[in-house]
Each structure stands twice: as structure tokens, then as C-alpha cells.
Ligand binder design. Sequence first.
Ligand code: NAP
Length: 520
Amino acid sequence: MKTLRSYVAGQWQQADSGFAPLVDPSTEEVIVQVSSDGVDFGAALDHARDVGGPALRRMSFAERGAMLKAMSGAIREHRKELLHLSRQNNGTTKGDGSFDVDGASGTLAYYAAVSRGLGDAYLLPEGDGIQLARTEAFWGQHVLVPRTGVAVAINAFNFPAWGFGEKAACALLAGMPMIVKPATATALAAERCVEVVLESGAVPEGALQLICGGTGDLLDRLGGQDVLAFTGSAATAARLRQRDNFLNTNTRVNIEADSLNAAVLAPGTTEGAAFDLFLGDVVREMTQKAGQKCTAVRRLLVPEAAIDGVAAALGEKLGAVVTGNPADETVTMGPLATARQLADAEQGVEALTAAASIVHGTGRLADGVGSPAGKGFFFPPTLLRADSPDTASAVHEHEVFGPVATLLPYDGGAEEAARIVALGGGTLVTSVYGDDAAWLGDFVGAVGSSTGRVYIGSESSASAALGSGVALPQTLHGGPGRAGGGEELGGIVGVRLYMQRLALQGSREMVDRLAGTGEG
Ligand code: NAP
């Protein structure tokens, strides 16, 4: 059986013990095995710090941008194969696989374009210079310089390709070498992504290493110049961020965690483009990747008077979803990725039913179209309704990572809707649908601090809106509180994580020359 390998200190390494099996979630067949036993994590860090980091820092932003473009090209060139691996190991439909794989190549290509605006510089000036004395003989300018440590990227199981691509784009553009660790259960596509990128020769030696399997003592060895960019559950994040060495050395830690995202229907929105967009977005966000997206919608706030009609309309659309093996062309939603995810989703719906009733679906394992009966981790779209949002604590606290959402009534007030959204403790994205700019303004003002992004669906955006669940590289991905408090993507915002801010002081002439901020 094929064994996934790690790429460490310039070599592919294959373990000979400690294997975990990876399965096809549509058939439960074991497809490959994985283990990081025998990896020397200290050697990986030394290689990144001593070889990869210096090589990247010798490159200008423009040269690093060219590297990202070549990485994007390598992933695009192997798109078909990667989509196949994604279906095998993640159970994705073609569209869901493309969301991951094309998301990776697209994000790398976007950051290659960002680098063009940074030119041939080595330092990144930030903001305008400031006169610090009576004349320009004493002047200040903030600049960003690459941190000289290692960026360790730990990713969640649901985006093996995009998770790699979006973190690599920002870390490598900043000039930091990277060690990427995909979630063990779905490492198949991530391993191949890294392999095709390395084979392309785009990346200097030591700039990109891969760990398939556990991280051993890797995290114990991180210090003040290193960055941990973590994506996964809030529970794992809470454990990781408390490590003594992180606290003692101020290792920079960025967390992208769970999120009880909400979609809010503004009052009076019962027909028209904004209403249709709401229904379409909610169904897509519930069922794309079988609801296994951190940006998927979990809570649906609907004015009391409209909630029966919305429940019926959503039920009808969800009833048209075909759950099964994506190898069957009639299937529109694949399985959950692992047996653990299936068990978590079943237990999660059970927890929600303490405060909510199921109005569509079963919240339990089902047979899948195109798979043998009793095989596969299939879970039908499940819609619940809780009529008392304030006492439905499970709905605001328990993220069911599957095609599951709960309807909640509210009184139509913008502040009231924002208050209920905030019960989620901080989210990645809040979507709101309506055309009344005054109401939307009140809502955005009230909800803004409890979410990382507000997606406004209105008649004027309906023809072009991409859906609330797409984490675009141009705009911020991350949210406050429970969502982790992290900031990724957002153009140059995501690159800053991997750079040190430095206040440069001296004469204006000298500062401008060093920072590249002078005229011409
Ligand atoms: P998870 O169980 O927290 O695992 C996430 C990653 O952490 C995996 O790579 C896992 O590796 C690793 N990990 C776990 N314990 C570790 C430890 N002690 N030391 C080092 N690494 C450790 O989460 P998941 O089940 O993969 O992903 C689902 C969750 O991720 C959901 O809650 C979802 O909301 C969240 N998510 C958030 C975002 C976002 O951008 N905010 C995006 C996607 C997913 P192993 O697989 O080897 O255990």
C-alpha cells in the first residue's frame, strides 16, 4: 500500500511504523497510509532556518512573486490529478474539489500579482513617513522585514490544497521558509500538491518542507522568530496556544478556528433578488463540501413573520440535494470526510435538539447514492428550528461540522439581529440580505466587532456576489473571539503575519533611501 511521505531537510522520508490508514469516505476502503515516525523535527527546523530562510531573503518581492506564480502553475498543471485525489480522500464532488484545488492555485496567483506592486524591494514600507523633530533631519518610517524563523502551517482536514496554498502564498512572499502539516486524515492531496510544487523547481531548497502525520517535538522547538499559523478546531487551538515555549518566547501564533456563522434576512425581504440570493446562498453554504467549511452558515436569523415561509422554501431546495458517492454524476453532495466527522455531526445534531427541532432531514447517517448500502459517511442536509434564540445556547456554541443549520426568529430590529449573531462568540463571516440601506447600516454598525467579514446580499449585488463562504485572497479571512482572533489573506494583511514591524529613524534622506520611500 502506498505510504505518504514527509519532505524534510532536502529528502523525501518514508516511515516504517506508526501508520494511520486513510480511507475513501464514500466506500470506506483504505487507500493509503501515513506516519511521521522517524522524522527529525530539529533537522527540519535547522534546514529551514539555515538554508531556506537565507535563500528566500536574498530574493526581492518581485522574485518571490515569480516563485508563487510558478507554484500556482504547477498546481494548475496537475489539477485533474489533484481533483481525483480530493475525491478519493475527501469525498468531494468536482465543484467542491475545485473550490479547494483551484482555490490554492488562485490564491498563489493572486499573491504573485500582489508582489508586482512591491517591486524589487527587500523591505516593505508601511504607511507614510513622519517628521519627528523640527526639521526633516530626524524622520521616522515603519517598515516590515521578514522574520528569520520558520512558519509552521498546521491545517484542518477540509482544505488540504487551499490550506497549503493560502498559507504558503503569504509566508513565502514575506520571505519566511515554511513547514506545512496537513491534517493526517486527508493528507493525500496536500502531499501531492507539495510534491508537484517541489518538482517544478520553483522553490529554493529549505523554503518548503512537509510533515505527513504527527508533529512530534516540532512545536516544542519554536521560538521568538517563528510563526505558528494554525487552522482547526477551537479546542485544539486552545491547547496549542498555551504552550510554555510560545508564552516564554512570544512565538507568533495565528489561529483560524470554528465559527458559528450567521445569515440574516432583513425585515420585508420576502421576495425579489435579495430573497432569492438568501435562499440560494444558504443552501449552497449548507451543502458545499457537505457543510465542512469554516465559513459555512450555521445560524439563519429570519424575522418572525417570515420564518414559516423560509423554512418551507429551504426544505424544498434541500430536498433536491442528492447525497452520495461523487463518482456518480447525479450526486450533488458528497460524504463527510471521516468516521469521526460523521460521529461528531450525529452527536452535534443531538446536542442541538436540546433547544431546536428538526424541520428537514434526519441528522443521522444515511445510505449514499452510488455507494453500497451501509458503506460511506453520508449525512443528509439537516435543517433545525429553535424558537427561543436566547435559551438555545447549543445553537450558538456548538459547531456541527456538516450540512446542518438552525433557523432562529428575531423581531426584525437591526440591533436585535446583531445581538443574536454576537451570541456565537465571534465569527468569520456574517451574511445579511436586504435592500434597505438605513437598516443595513444599523446592522453593520452593531454587528461589526463580532465578525471578521460582512457579506451584503442585495438587489444591487445579486448578479455578481460569489457567496458568503468564499474566503477571497483580496479580503480578510479571520474573525474575533471564538473564530480564533486571527487574520489571514486580505492582500498584504496576510503577509504581515510573517514579517517584523520595524520603526526606522534617522534623517529623511537616509530613511527614504533605506526604506525605498524617496522620490524616484
Ligand atoms: P483539529 O482536530 O483541530 O485539527 C486541526 C489540525 O491540528 C490537524 O492538522 C491536526 O493534526 C492538528 N493537531 C491536532 N492536535 C495537535 C497537536 N497537539 N499538535 C499539533 N497539531 C495538532 O481540526 P479538524 O477536525 O482538522 O478541522 C475542523 C475544524 O477546523 C472545524 O472546527 C473548522 O471550523 C475549523 N476550520 C477553521 C478554518 C478557518 O479558517 N477558520 C478553516 C477550516 C477549518 P492531525 O490531523 O494529525 O490530528
